[in-house]
Ligand binder design. Structure first.
Ligand code: PEP
Ligand code: MG
Length: 325
């Protein structure tokens, strides 16, 4: 970190004209917790539970999972920790749960798998709710949602796990908030119904970009088309912010875009409440936010939204950032 960026470590992410935004951590193992606390992460915006599932030879038990999750929840005692339910499939395979498909990114992924295997889902959610006893900072997030029915089914299972545990522990436990990832483009046209069912939205801009532009996020041959600053992606992100604001649903973004200074400024201007990123980018993003007025970010956004291709957006944003130093 440069000295300039280091200087913002203990300070809040607030623009000079007073608009604040929460910067939180993307995590998958406990590595990085200490660093992120040092740079002032206000909790975890995305805990990828599939990561601890990956380096093993069999599914973890409820007890093992409870121990893992408790360590994570305890690391941020006064902030929310958003745990995503198992998001395997696509490019993330478990050695003990092989999936053979021609089109894995359009196939059995995320919530689709866990709703087909409610025993896996229930065990995981039970472990999360048990880990939350005494911590009370858990939020549960559902990946790869494409329909309202999936949310209803998942919420029903979460309620089942919650009621079972209240009975087992003979006490009224804290019920976690439940939110969904917005990463399948179809949900953009169902935000009203989804807003009635969940407590928060979090955009997965990595997958949203992949599916909106029909471009494999890991294929180097088409990597030049995979671009978060493509006008279609920016306009979709802006539309999501307007709708979430209309339906009063708290909105965050947990894809790579949040960790880029230019991306973070555009998201701030759109009205996102929270940005989740790798701990090493928190200070850099915070520095930019502390040096750009919300009014100026809004001007940048309005102009960026008029541009008709990604290259123009890149050129415009780099000029703007250069002028900041
Ligand atoms: C995303 O899709 O943007 C996201 C944050 O989830 P993942 O990268 O784990 O698919
Ligand atoms: Mg994703």
């Amino acid at each position: 970190l440069t000295e300039k960026v280091k200087a913002v470590i203990g300070l809040p992410a607030v623009t000079p004209d007073g608009r604040g935004i929460e910067l939180v951590l993307n995590a998958g193992l406990s590595a990085g917790f200490e660093h992120s606390q040092k740079v002032g992460a206000l909790g975890i915006g995305l805990y990828r539970t599939e990561i601890p599932f990956m380096n093993r030879s069999c599914f973890p038990s409820e007890h093992e999972q409870t121990v893992w999750y408790q360590e994570v929840l305890k690391a941020f005692p006064s902030h929310n920790v958003t745990m995503r339910t198992l998001d395997v499939g696509g490019d993330k395979a478990l050695p003990y749960f092989p999936i053979q498909e021609d089109n894995p990114f359009l196939g059995w992924r995320g919530i689709r798998i866990t709703l087909d295997h409610p025993e896996i889902f229930l065990l995981q959610v039970r472990a999360m709710i048990r880990a939350n006893i005494g911590c009370n900072n858990l939020e549960i997030m559902l990946p790869m949602i494409s329909s309202v029915g999936e949310v209803d089914d998942a919420v029903r299972l979460i309620n089942q796990a919650y009621h079972e545990l209240c009975t087992e522990y003979e006490q009224k436990l804290t019920k976690p908030s439940v939110g969904i990832m917005l990463e399948v483009p179809g949900v953009l046209y169902q935000l009203k119904e989804l807003a009635q069912r969940v407590d928060f939205f979090s955009v997965g801009s990595n997958d949203l970009t992949q599916y909106l532009l029909a471009v494999d996020r890991n294929n180097s041959r088409v990597a030049n088309i995979y671009d978060f600053y493509h006008p279609a992606v920016l306009r979709a992100l802006n539309f999501i912010a307007q709708e979430s604001n209309k339906y009063l649903v708290p909105l965050s973004l947990c894809g790579e875009l949040a960790s880029e200074p230019a991306g973070a400024l555009l998201l701030l201007a759109m009205g996102y409440d929270k940005l989740s990123m790798n701990s090493y980018n928190i200070s850099r993003v915070k520095w930019v936010i502390r040096h750009v007025e919300l009014q100026r970010a809004k001007v940048m956004l309005s102009h960026a939204l008029t541009l008709s291709n990604a290259q123009q957006v890149h050129n415009y944003l780099s000029e703007q950032l250069e002028s900041l130093g």
